[in-house]
Design a protein around this ligand. Structure first.
Ligand code: MLT
Length: 272
């Protein structure tokens, strides 16, 4: 499947994206997790593009986007997201983010409420890193610098996928491993620092009044279903879907369950 990959300079950084489906349709914009890229959404883009305009972009430093010269932060990633929407003259989208993409989506939703008609928050959390969590990120940076990106990729995929996915979805595992290995040591370090420095958004979830779907892989050990439940309980009227037979990358590990619920949500909220 071929996509026409496009590029725009946003906040002095080249941002790579795909833009598929009918120009005048409802727009769904996807934000990937760390350290992946826009093609992690391939199975969602394929299904949704018949109904919606579907945009997926590479967060700076990832995939084919540039890295720019600034230190990374979730705030900067949100400025890029809003900058991309502005550059494309898009006022409002349904925003769907997984994990780091969810941190970006939550931050964007509370700080730019008028720009999002609905939200899909996947395998993510509103909680900031604990001191131990931050420490682990600093250790990961040291390990990447000492042992290289491949070792980091091998260790990461064991935690990202459920045990069954690791043995049964080898192609997906290989795709994710390659995405990690194509991310530079510098970008891994800069993004790990940004993730460690992010602020919690739990205290602001009550401000969100757009329709929200929260999803999590039932075997996600990085941001477990309890984290999804916490978000769901704080956002009035939100829906929760636990993706069976999936770990942290629920959209790839069980695309049938994920897409079915996503499509239902998109159709339910199409007029927003
Ligand atoms: C992700 O998938 O984006 C990461 O697991 C997020 C994180 O490390 O907090």
């Amino acid at each position: 499947m071929d996509y026409s990959v496009k590029n725009l300079v946003i906040n002095n950084c080249g941002i790579s994206y795909i833009d598929e489906g009918p120009e005048n349709g409802k727009i769904i914009l996807f934000v990937h997790g760390f350290p992946f890229n826009k093609f992690m959404w391939k199975r969602q883009v394929e299904v949704l593009k018949a109904t919606c305009r579907v945009i997926a972009y590479d967060v700076r430093g990832h995939g084919n986007s540039g890295a720019g010269s600034e230190e990374f932060s979730i705030d900067l990633f949100v400025r890029d997201l809003i900058g991309l929407m502005d550059a494309l003259s898009i006022e409002k989208v349904c925003l769907c983010g997984l994990s780091m993409g969810g941190y970006i989506a939550l931050n964007a939703a509370v700080n730019h409420p008028g720009r999002f008609s609905s939200l899909v928050l996947c395998d993510t959390t509103c909680v900031a890193d604990s001191p131990e969590g931050k420490e682990k990120r600093m250790k990961a940076i040291e390990n990447i610098e000492t042992n290289g990106v491949e070792t980091y990729a091998v260790e990461s995929i064991r935690k990202l996928f459920s045990p069954d996915s690791l043995s049964e979805r080898r192609d997906d595992v290989a795709v994710i491993k390659e995405m990690i290995m194509n991310t530079s040591t510098v970008v891994l370090g800069k993004t790990l620092r940004a993730l460690a420095g992010r602020e919690e958004t739990c205290g602001r979830l009550k401000e969100i009044d757009a329709p929200v779907l929260v999803m999590a892989g039932e075997e996600d050990t990085i941001t477990p279903p309890s984290a999804a439940m916490q978000i769901h309980e704080q956002i009035k009227g939100s829906s929760l879907h636990i993706v069976e037979k999936a770990g942290h990358i629920s959209n790839m590990e069980n695309p049938i369950s994920f897409n079915h619920r996503l499509m239902q949500f998109v159709l339910e909220t199409i007029s927003h």
